[in-house]
Design a protein around this ligand. Structure first.
Ligand code: NAD
Length: 479
């Protein structure tokens, strides 16, 4: 085991708790398959401890001023920037992404902390004019209570900090179960909040068998809100469970993002930008561009450049300086990629680049470009969540929009055009929570991030970020 990997622990009621006889799960380096750490699972007693601690802490945390809450968040932002290298290195070790991407993730999260620290001062209520002069009518927005959050392994720092910062800034307390495959980021976050002086019980970190932990926490009457980032099928299960207990939800689920490249676009620029985005984090990104609709006159130019750029990507262990794309986070993603490619090839698509596992150590898969799969190929129907771009030609914009909107997903979308009328038709026509035209500008702390249709419910970031963490109380008072 590398000596410098994170000392994995539970974090409950302000204490870091080691294995001490609990079930432990090995954590693997996806670049080598080596075991790098042991992650303790929470027992039932640990989950009850976390629930009780979060409930007790809520009674006081809800009354702490937004200025004090913000000060702690700002401190965590500052510590994130200072420690980005060591935290990023551990993320590379247990998740696989190149070190620069891992450090970038941590630094960008510092902005999320700062923004939530500022924005929580502006959780305003309102005064409603009364029907008689001796009555006062107020609308108060109060923290909802104890939140349960479940976050995935692709951006282990980012997905967690978005939920933690929103809950804590709103005056809620939170129990988070992170990704057991890539746990170091959330343990690091707990250490920063601990150091920044967060009172015990406001943030609690637990690990375990995902469905066992989520079912137990969601069913508890102590939990008032459920937030999940992950796949659509799991999101639907958790939303149904939360619904049966009448709990508020925020769901950030999968996508199958369409890209529309019009013939009038700067095709060279589009290919360059899309190649960089497609293969970042080995395509394991919920907003990764995945279905590329290219207008026929631009097809040859786009495909030549995009394929050339994908061939030039250096794949390797994330800690090596010249690596542009790391391994997939776990072995099951490699199998999933191979199945997408096999199905597309069997249906007559051309594999322009990649399409196969690289080497026999670690979870490496080549950047893959698939040309002209039929619309019923699996790669055009199901989210690949990996380094595969499926490219198809289209004739006119109506056709591209119809095909782009044909799936139940509705997370992110992209388009390149130099025609303002086409840009307007695209932004009005795409069924997606986010539309990026001629650049990529989503996922900033100040902008709302979320999907429609099967891709989820609610937004993180933007002024919408607190909506899921607050309840509305109407007060009417007569003198
Ligand atoms: P998965 O659906 O089994 O797990 C995804 C995440 O959800 C993991 O972190 C897992 O620990 C968690 N999870 C699974 N079941 C859970 C449950 N019952 N309760 C609480 N948490 C639970 O899939 P996977 O093989 O780990 O990842 C592949 C799929 O996950 C992809 O196809 C993609 O759709 C989805 N995914 C989406 C995002 C996102 O940002 N929206 C992130 C990671 C994974």
């Amino acid at each position: 085991m590398p000596t410098s990997y994170e000392n994995l622990a539970l974090y409950i009621d302000g204490e870091f708790i080691q294995g001490n006889g609990r079930i432990e799960q090995p954590v693997l380096d996806p670049a080598t398959g080596d075991t790098i750490g042991q992650l303790p699972h929470a027992s039932r007693a640990d989950l009850d401890h976390a629930l009780a601690a979060a409930e007790r802490a809520f009674a006081t945390w809800r009354h702490v001023s937004p200025m004090e809450r913000g000060a702690i968040l700002r401190k965590v932002g500052q510590l994130s920037r200072e420690r980005a290298k060591e935290i990023g290195r551990n993320i590379t070790l247990d998740q696989g992404k190149p070190l620069a991407e891992a450090m970038g993730e941590v630094v960008r999260c510092a902005d999320h902390c700062d923004w939530h620290a500022e924005e929580c001062r502006r959780i305003y209520g309102r005064v409603i004019p009364p029907r008689t002069p001796n009555v006062r009518q107020f609308v108060l927005r109060e923290p909802i209570g104890v939140c349960a959050a479940f976050t995935p392994w692709n951006f282990p720092y980012n997905q967690a900090i978005r939920k933690i910062a929103a809950a804590i800034a709103a005056g809620c307390t939170i129990i988070i179960k992170g990704p057991e495959d890539s746990p170091s980021a959330i343990v690091a976050i707990a250490r920063l909040f601990h150091e920044a002086g967060l009172p015990p019980g406001v943030l609690n970190v637990v690990w375990g068998v995902p469905h066992e932990v989520s079912e137990y926490l969601i069913a508890s009457p102590i939990v008032r809100k459920v937030s999940f980032t992950g796949s659509v099928p799991v999101g639907k299960q958790l939303a149904a469970l939360a619904g049966s207990h009448m709990k508020r939800i925020t769901m950030e689920l999968g996508g199958h993002s369409p890209v529309i490249v019009c013939a009038d676009a700067d095709v060279e620029r589009a290919a360059t930008m899309l190649s960089a985005m497609k293969f970042s984090n080995a395509g394991q990104v919920c907003v990764s561009p995945t279905r590329f609709f290219i207008q026929e006159p631009a097809w040859d130019r786009f495909m030549a450049r995009f394929t050339e750029l994908s061939r030039a990507i250096k794949v390797g262990p994330g800690l090596e300086a010249d690596t542009r794309m790391g391994p997939l986070a776990h072995a099951r993603r490699v199998t999933a990629m191979a199945e997408f490619v096999e199905d597309a090839a069997a249906r007559g698509a051309r594999i322009e680049n990649g399409g196969e596992r690289l080497g026999d150590i670690g979870n490496f898969f080549a950047p893959t470009v698939i040309a002209a799969p039929p619309d019923d190929a699996r790669i055009m129907q199901a989210e690949p969540f990996g380094p595969i771009a499926a490219c198809v030609p289209f004739k006119d914009l109506d056709e591209a929009l119809r095909r782009a909107n044909s799936l139940p997903y509705g997370l992110s979308s992209y388009a390149f055009t130099s025609n303002t009328r086409s840009a307007l038709q695209i932004q009005n026509g795409l069924e997606a929570g986010m539309v990026n035209i001629n650049h990529f500008g989503q996922a900033l702390p100040e902008t709302p991030f979320g999907g429609i249709k099967d891709s989820g419910m609610g937004s993180e970031g933007g002024t919408e970020t607190f909506d899921g963490y607050l309840v509305t109380k109407f007060v009417t008072q007569m003198d």
